[in-house]
Design a protein around this ligand. Structure first.
Ligand code: ADP
Ligand code: ADP
Length: 229
């Protein structure tokens, strides 16, 4: 379970507009840190930098002490699993969607991931099980079912670091609560960075960072932050 560190990270998409102004924070090994803040604050940008869709202008991002700029994209992807807000499912079978990018023959891992994502009973009730076609040509899934398949897809790689990027914000509130409970369970043994718009959509966090206009405005536990309001 690695430690994730942002060390004085400065970044902008356009050269004349800095979005993150020397951001520093740490997610200790196995801890859960949540980043909340208004839209436009730079939360998703943090996720994109962690995944190396972009590189910082200045500063470093470290996983277990190693600068992510110095590891290969594939070894980075083995370490970090992302659960995005809206996962795209392929027009293919449920099994393919979960095993995407991996050895499709490794059925035990796929079943284990589906179980952890709490979608296994649903899949087992389908006449074609994991071979059920989903998407435009196949079975229509609810938002919650889609998100559970996306979670299973992430878990099949067994990543030690999880990035939850507004992972429940596309869902209605009842579904959101159910998915949050699942995320709480699957993140238990992993170093987790959760990005969210609102405090209420955080599964659990040892520490919450409030990001405003690319800077940390506040940090503390859930209780500490609520007390201040
Ligand atoms: P948040 O996730 O907190 O809503 P973002 O990280 O998505 O914020 O965006 C932070 C700022 O960066 C916003 O001002 C947004 O307009 C800008 N931004 C995001 N993506 C891009 C992009 N691809 N090109 C230019 N500006 C962007
Ligand atoms: P792979 O299965 O090749 O190892 P990943 O598991 O790293 O790939 O990524 C799974 C999928 O999620 C990929 O299609 C990737 O492009 C997509 N993805 C990664 N980061 C984001 C993000 N921030 N928002 C939406 N989709 C993302």
């Amino acid at each position: 379970r690695p430690t994730v560190v942002f060390d004085k990270v400065r970044f902008g998409y356009e050269t004349d507009r800095e979005i993150l102004h020397g951001l520093s924070f740490e997610v200790p090994a196995g801890n859960h840190v949540a980043i909340v803040g208004p839209s436009g604050a730079g939360k998703s940008t943090i996720g994109r930098l962690l995944f190396r869709f972009y590189d910082p202008w200045q500063g470093r991002i470290l996983i277990d002490g190693q600068d992510i700029a110095e590891v290969t994209q594939s070894s980075l992807r083995e370490k970090i699993g992302i659960v995005p807000q809206d996962s795209v499912l392929f027009n293919d079978t449920i099994g393919y969607n979960i095993a995407y990018g991996r050895d499709r023959a490794n059925r035990d891992k796929v079943i284990e991931a589906a179980r952890a994502a709490a979608i296994l009973p649903f899949i087992e009730r389908l006449p074609d099980g994991f071979d059920t076609e989903v998407g435009e040509r196949g079975l229509k899934l609810s938002g919650g079912e889609k998100q559970r398949i996306a979670i299973a897809r992430t878990l099949v790689k067994d990543p030690p670091v999880l990035l939850l990027d507004e992972a429940t914000s596309a869902l209605d509130s009842r579904t959101e609560q159910a998915i949050l409970a699942t995320l709480r369970r699957v993140s238990e043994n992993r170093t987790t960075l959760a990005i969210a718009h609102r405090l209420s959509t955080i599964a659990d966090a040892d520490r919450i960072l409030v990001l405003e206009q690319g800077r940390l405005a506040e940090a503390g536990t859930h209780g500490q932050l609520l007390q201040k309001r």
